[in-house]
Design a protein around this ligand. Structure first.
Ligand code: PGA
Length: 265
C-alpha cells in the first residue's frame, strides 16, 4: 500500500510571537507551494495557533499542536484539550514527545526541579482523547542512550507503541502516525543511521501488525525524528519503513524545512 509521506515541523517553544510565527508560516506556505503527494504540518506554540491558522488557510499546509490534555473540559488549570484545539483549527497533535515524557522528568543540567514526566498511561489517555475530539495523533516513541546501549531499543519502542494505543480500535488505528525519535538524536545533531532508523520504524510496524493485523500495519505512517536536516533527509526518507519526518530545529528555517519536504518522493 502506498502511504502518503508526512513531514511535520515541531516548533517547540520557538517562533512564539505573532510576528515571528506568521513570518515563518508564510515562508513555509510559499516554499512548498506546488509540491504534492506529501502531508505538510506545522506545529507552532498554542498562543500563535490562531495566527498561523490564518496564514495557512487555503494552502496545503496543515495546522498541528504540540500536546493535548485528556479531559475535554473542567477544572484543569493550564491544560488544553483536544476539543479546544479542534475548535482552533488544529488537525494533528503531537503526543508523548520525549520532552514531555521523560527527558524533562529528570533535572536538566542547569535546573534543579523536575517537570513533566509522562508515562505510557498518560500518553494512552491523551491518544484516546485526541481521537475522540477528532484530531489525528502523532505519537512519539523512542529510546534513551542508556536504553540503546543496554540493548533495550526494540523492547522500549514496541512497549511504548503498545502502551500508547491500548483500547484504540483498528478503524482508528489505521489513521495513526508514529514518530520514532531516538531521544539521543533529538536536538543533538547526532542523526540515527538510516538503516538503523528504518529497522526500528519496522519494529513499530511489526508491533502494529501483531496488535491489529497487516492491513492496519500497512496503513499507519511512521516518521523518523531526531536531527533530520536537508543533508540527511533524502536518505532517511527513501527507507521503506520511514514515511516522513518530525522536524525540530530544521523546521525553524523555512528553506531547510522546505528542502526536507521536497526530499520526499
Ligand atoms: P530535532 O527535534 O529535529 O531538533 O532533533 C526533533 C523533535 O524533537 O521532534
Amino acid at each position: 500500500m502506498a502511504r502518503t509521506p508526512i513531514i511535520a515541523g515541531n516548533w517547540k517553544m520557538n517562533k512564539g510571537t505573532a510576528a515571528a510565527a506568521s513570518a515563518l508560516a508564510q515562508e513555509v506556505v510559499t516554499a512548498i507551494a506546488g509540491k504534492s503527494g506529501v502531508t505538510v504540518v506545522v506545529c507552532p506554540p498554542y498562543t500563535v495557533l490562531h495566527t498561523v491558522r490564518e496564514v495557512v488557510a487555503g494552502s496545503s499546509v496543515v495546522l498541528g499542536a504540540q500536546d493535548a490534555f485528556w479531559k475535554a473540559t473542567g477544572a484543569y488549570t493550564s491544560q488544553i484539550s483536544g476539543e479546544m484545539l479542534k475548535d482552533a483549527g488544529v488537525t494533528y497533535v503531537i503526543l508523548g514527545h520525549s520532552e514531555t515524557r521523560g527527558r524533562f522528568g529528570v533535572p536538566e543540567p542547569e535546573e534543579t526541579v523536575k517537570h513533566y514526566g509522562e508515562t505510557d498511561a498518560t500518553v494512552n489517555l491523551k491518544v484516546k482523547a485526541a481521537i475522540a475530539a477528532g484530531l489525528e495523533p502523532i505519537i512519539c516513541i523512542g529510546e534513551t542512550l542508556d536504553e540503546r546501549e543496554g540493548g533495550k531499543t526494540d523492547l522500549v519502542v514496541s512497549s511504548q507503541v503498545a502502551g500508547a494505543i491500548t483500547g484504540v480500535t483498528s478503524e482508528k488505528a489505521l489513521r495513526l502516525v508514529f514518530a520514532y525519535e531516538p531521544v539521543w538524536a533529538i536536538g543533538t545533531g547526532k542523526v540515527c543511521d538510516a538503516t538503523e532508523a528504518n529497522r526500528v520504524c519496522g519494529i513499530v510496524r511489526q508491533t502494529i501488525r501483531s496488535l491489529y493485523g497487516v492491513e492496519v500495519a500497512d496503513a499507519v505512517r511512521v516518521q523518523y525524528g531526531g536531527s533530520m536536516k536537508p543533508d540527511n533527509a533524502a536518505e532517511l526518507l527513501s527507507q521503506p519503513h520511514i514515511d516522513g519526518g518530525l522536524i525540530g530545529g530544521a523546521s525553524l528555517k523555512s528553506a531547510d524545512f522546505a528542502a526536507i519536504v521536497h526530499a520526499t518522493a
